[in-house]
Design a binder for this molecule. Structure first.
Ligand SMILES: Cc1cc2nc3c(=O)[nH]c(=O)nc-3n(C[C@H](O)[C@H](O)[C@H](O)COP(=O)(O)OP(=O)(O)OC[C@H]3O[C@@H](n4cnc5c(N)ncnc54)[C@H](O)[C@@H]3O)c2cc1C
Length: 554
């Protein structure tokens, strides 16, 4: 029986302290934090883990420099502290990165003023990162020759951090942590309804892959359904002081633009910041910020052309970027929190709405709702949810903070010693952005030791499954057993980032894709292949069509 099936078996008729609806970042950290402290936890998602908002972010872990525009000092201070904490806890997964912001006459701030802001931002962040600098036009031209400098006044350089691999892989790390602590976790299981009786919730669940329905009971429900929290609350008679509104943001992934590992920042024509963010061998351009009412979004032609025009105007490329250069796209909605009786959120400059999270509890009905949040804030959310669950009467053991972070330095040193002794990085032939040993440690931590052993036994385990995909055979073998991959998209888009960095047709034609399907899905290999490779998917990835309202995706 596979990992998902055995977890679904535990769900059927299961009795839990806490059932978490939604396996995005908020649900995943809640599960990991609670399970590590001895609660009987279940977490479910009607799609794959992190397959909604948490796979569409900018991959940045940041204090929110731009929120200083709205004088949100408290929020920026908290986010900076969370950022610093995460950088320390995840030295391989999260890296400090320099942002170079180029400012021209149309930018809302002069380089000197932006430099003052960046210094304030740095101080608010406890001076944890490298200090900011004001840059002259000449320095920008020298450091980043692709930036058009003829109309620049200058710029600034400051630091934040980014997720080296991918947001959804980062989220899955918390699902693995929850599993390791004994939580029951299942993707493609939807929360259909719940009824409170005898001091417990009787919950109706459905396997969205097979259609099978079953029930479970739980003392507490945590609604962590991201953009969908409000309808779930309404359907269960839960009233709250907050609600969610949606801000759509898109990204385009194109061939690598800037050589250096640095983020380029520009103000667009509407004076909003957008970025060019490194993503391994590619660059990710984004994001936009547009009010929408439907949480299900896609990249429209208008979105795509807007971003391409903005970037082409600001870069000095040999040939301007066109839709043909787009390798893949991302589109999602930020769930922003407003007060339920706040009607002004409909009229005010809504991009200035706070990006704070809120957690509400209905103590009588033992129901917790997580509104908003950011990847950056994830440890705080795990801690706050745990404190509330404890108040609701679930005994929790002391928090040893073992549910997040990477193994200690001594363990890391031992791993790299073993990798060096076996000449792992000499075994691998192709030039990647990093060594194989570094990549495996980052993605798998302690599990990478067993991978070294597997590669010692069989050197072909260190071979790429798909050329240029930065994913080797041993990873595939481990993913098949431990990463609950149910559909091909889970593998290509979330556990790896193959579908983001390689063109759709390249992946479909690759020899290795069949090997991957067979290993992951056994006799279902062809069905999963056909289910993934459709014209609709190609259009969705490359951003060539209008949004479709169909849900769930994946
Ligand atoms: C364009 C963009 C850029 C961003 N950039 C950043 C950034 O750089 N840094 C940062 O820190 N944050 C960023 N964010 C914010 C961050 O991505 C989100 O706040 C965060 O991912 C929200 O996580 P969540 O768990 O609340 O929601 P989600 O990730 O949406 O998770 C909710 C889950 O609930 C599931 N669900 C819904 N209904 C049910 C049901 N009935 N049964 C079972 N499951 C259900 C959904 O399938 C979904 O997976 C960005 C967001 C966007 C859109």
């Amino acid at each position: 029986m596979g990992l998902r099936e055995s977890n679904i078996d535990q769900l059927k008729g299961g009795i839990f302290d806490v059932l978490i609806v939604g396996g995005g970042i908020n649900g995943a950290v809640s599960a990991a934090a609670l399970a590590s402290r001895g609660a009987r936890v279940a977490v479910i998602d009607r799609g794959d883990f992190a397959a909604f908002t948490s796979e569409e972010s900018s991959n940045l872990v940041w204090g929110g420099f731009k929120y200083l525009e709205n004088y949100e000092i408290g929020l920026v201070r908290n986010l900076c502290k969370s950022r610093n904490h995460l950088i320390k806890a995840y030295p391989a997964n999260l890296k400090e990165i320099r942002f170079m912001a180029a400012l021209d006459e149309n930018s809302p701030y002069s380089p000197a003023f932006a430099g003052l802001g960046a210094t304030a931002y740095w101080v608010i962040g406890n001076g944890f990162t490298k200090p900011p600098k004001v840059l002259s036009r000449e320095t920008i031209a020298e450091r980043e020759p692709i930036v058009r400098t003829d109309n620049l006044l200058g710029g600034i350089e400051y630091s934040d951090a980014y997720i080296v691999d991918n947001d959804s892989r980062f989220v899955f790390g918390f699902v693995r942590s929850a599993l390791n602590s004994g939580a029951t976790c299942a993707n493609y299981v939807s929360f259909e309804s719940a009824r409170r009786e005898g001091g417990r919730w009787h919950v109706q669940l459905r396997d969205t892959d097979t259609g099978e329905e079953f029930t479970a009971t739980t003392k507490i429900i945590i609604n962590a359904a991201g953009p969908f929290v409000d309808p779930i609350n309404a359907a269960h008679g839960i009233t709250t002081k907050h609600k969610i509104v949606f801000s759509k943001g898109i990204h385009l992934i194109v061939p690598r633009l800037a050589k250096q590992e640095r983020v380029l920042a520009f103000f667009d024509d509407t004076q909003r910041l957008f970025y060019v963010i490194p993503m391994g061998p590619r660059s990710m351009i984004g994001t936009t910020d547009e009010r929408v009412t439907d949480p299900v979004t896609d990249v429209t032609d208008e979105d795509r052309d807007f971003l391409l025009n903005q970037i082409n105007e600001r870069l000095d490329l040999q040939t301007p970027l066109t839709p043909r250069d787009i390798i893949s796209t991302r589109s999602g909605v930020r769930p922003l929190v407003v007060e339920t009786d706040n009607t002004t959120s409909d009229q005010t400059d809504w991009t200035s709405l706070s990006r704070k999270h809120a957690i509400e509890v209905d103590a009588v009905r033992a129901w917790v709702t997580v509104f908003g949040g950011k990847l950056t804030d994830c440890v705080n959310i795990g801690n706050e949810v745990s404190a509330l669950v404890k108040k609701l009467g679930i005994p929790l053991t002391k928090d040893k903070k073992s549910w997040y972070g990477e193994p200690p330095k001594a363990t890391r040193d031992e791993y790299f010693r073993q990798a060096r002794l076996m000449g792992l990085d000499r075994l691998t032939t192709r030039a990647s952005f990093e060594t194989l040993s570094t990549r495996l440690w980052r993605r798998y931590g302690l599990r990478a030791f067993a991978m070294l052993e597997a590669m010692r036994d069989d050197p072909s385990m260190a071979d790429d499954v798909i050329e240029d995909a930065d994913y080797v055979r041993v990873e595939l073998h481990y993913a098949a057993k431990t990463e609950m991959i149910t559909k091909l998209d889970d593998f290509l888009r979330r556990r790896s980032k193959i579908a983001l960095v390689l063109d759709y047709d390249e992946v479909r034609e690759a020899d290795g894709i069949h090997e991957a399907c067979e290993l992951l899905f056994g006799e279902d290999a062809q069905r999963r292949f056909d289910e993934y490779f459709t014209d609709e998917r190609r259009e969705q990835l490359q951003g060539y069509r209008e949004p479709s309202a169909s849900f769930p995706r994946g």
